[in-house]
Write a protein that binds this ligand. Structure first.
Ligand code: FE2
Length: 410
């Protein structure tokens, strides 16, 4: 089985030009990863970690219970945090939603927000990273350390109040996200060794209200698990962020498209293991084509770079797949968006794309709790492309207009 994995054996998509450095090290890093056995030891994304400011997790769970297929499972209570576990099932990643109890608590994840003018306004609210399933934790950590990847020590993990059975890598200098490794065999339960396990009645009540509403609206059966996670990074970090992520994971470089109208590119990485995105979402990296300080010369739009300057490099949106089909004479995505909009949730634009092009997409407003946008994406028939350039240009522009409101922060 080891010999059969070839992380370089996939068709390349897109038109974005990469540097000679990128093309050389893409080959060298992935060949080495396959040969070392890392690719076959590292599997799907088992969980996402998100942190929110004090007082925000219950409302955020209510929001996610309405807008996504996630259910509230349990809360792990530790000294300074509540960590709520949200789950669809074991065939898609959990969400570990962590709320800091004391607004004055200082910590590494907070510090990643604090030097950015908008990010600092919600200092504890950010997407932290992914926990990835591995078949042998000890071997994977040892091999990664030999490649100069760094991890928090077990004592630091305990002090950070992160699950003690997860090896947590140091935050990426390029994305500010972390990758954690959890040893689990297929079919085993997902267990997070952290604090005391309780069902919080307030969380449970908020969750049930939203879930009942979701069922009443008839959208529960139309919403599928995550399709992709989109991270925004500084223009100069595009290639290194991709190569670094491929080195932490068993993903491959699917390809990159230049979105000329928005002066940015969209770069897609996916699991090599032939599993659907619903089990291990694609990771997408968006970066401006040029750094901010040449904008005044080039007169090009720059929504991606502006976002990163305001919030810091971070996850921008989580895309939820919508089941292909129609409900009450409208396409499912339109039905979902209309139903959710009627509950007072805003969207950045209308649904864009078409059946002919293969997919339709939309961005919600950024959550006031996590700052994350929910994207809905409906793919039609057997469309196997990842996106259309026209859709991405419109989505990027819409997000830029929304975030541009906040550009007055220096
Ligand atoms: Fe997206």
């Amino acid at each position: 089985m080891l010999k059969n994995i070839n992380s370089l054996g996939f068709t390349r998509h897109g038109d974005k030009q990469n540097s000679a450095f990128f093309e050389e090290y893409l080959i060298r890093l992935l060949e080495e990863r396959d040969q070392m056995g890392l690719t076959s030891l590292i599997h799907e994304i088992d969980a996402l970690m998100i942190t929110v400011d004090p007082g925000h997790s219950i409302q955020y769970i209510a929001e996610l219970a309405l807008m996504t297929p996630y259910h509230y499972l349990v809360t792990l209570e530790s000294e300074s945090h509540w960590t709520h576990i949200l789950r669809i099932d074991l065939n898609s990643p959990d969400i570990l939603l962590r709320e800091v109890k004391d607004p004055n608590l200082r910590g590494i994840f907070r510090s990643l927000n604090e030097v950015y003018p908008v990010g600092a306004k919600k200092p504890n609210s950010r997407y932290m990273g992914e926990i990835i399933r591995v078949s042998n934790l000890h071997t994977v950590v040892k091999l990664q350390q030999e490649r100069e990847f760094r991890f928090f020590s077990p004592d630091e993990v305990r002090k950070l109040e992160l699950p003690g059975n997860v090896a947590i890598g140091k935050p990426s200098p390029y994305t500010h996200n972390i990758v954690g490794y959890l040893e689990r065999q297929p079919g085993d339960l997902r267990v997070y060794s952290l604090g005391m396990s309780v069902i919080n009645s307030e969380v449970q009540a908020a969750y049930e209200t939203s879930k009942n509403l979701q069922t009443k609206l008839g959208i529960d059966e139309l919403l599928l698990p995550l399709d992709h996670l989109a991270t925004r990074i500084y223009s100069q970090n595009r290639e290194v962020a991709i190569l670094e992520y491929l080195s932490w994971t068993s993903y491959y470089f699917w390809g990159a498209y230049n979105i000329f109208d928005q002066n940015s590119s969209t770069n897609v990485t996916k699991s090599v293991h032939g599993i659907p995105e619903s089990k291990s979402p694609a990771k997408v990296f968006t970066a401006n084509n040029t750094p901010y300080f040449v904008n005044h010369l080039e007169k090009l739009p720059s929504p991606t770079e502006t976002f990163v300057r305001n919030y810091g490099p971070r996850l921008h949106h989580m895309a939820i797949a919508v089941k292909d089909g129609e409900r009450d004479g409208t396409e499912n995505i339109e039905y979902v968006v209309k139903s959710i909009a009627e509950q007072g949730k805003g969207f950045l634009l209308d649904v864009i794309g078409s059946k002919e092009e293969g997919l339709k997409q939309i961005f919600s407003n950024a959550s006031e709790h996590s700052s994350l946008i929910i994207e809905y994406v409906q793919r039609f028939g057997d469309f196997d492309g990842f996106f259309t350039k026209d859709n991405v240009a419109k989505l990027t522009e819409a997000a830029g207009v929304e975030e541009g409101v906040q550009q007055s922060f220096n």
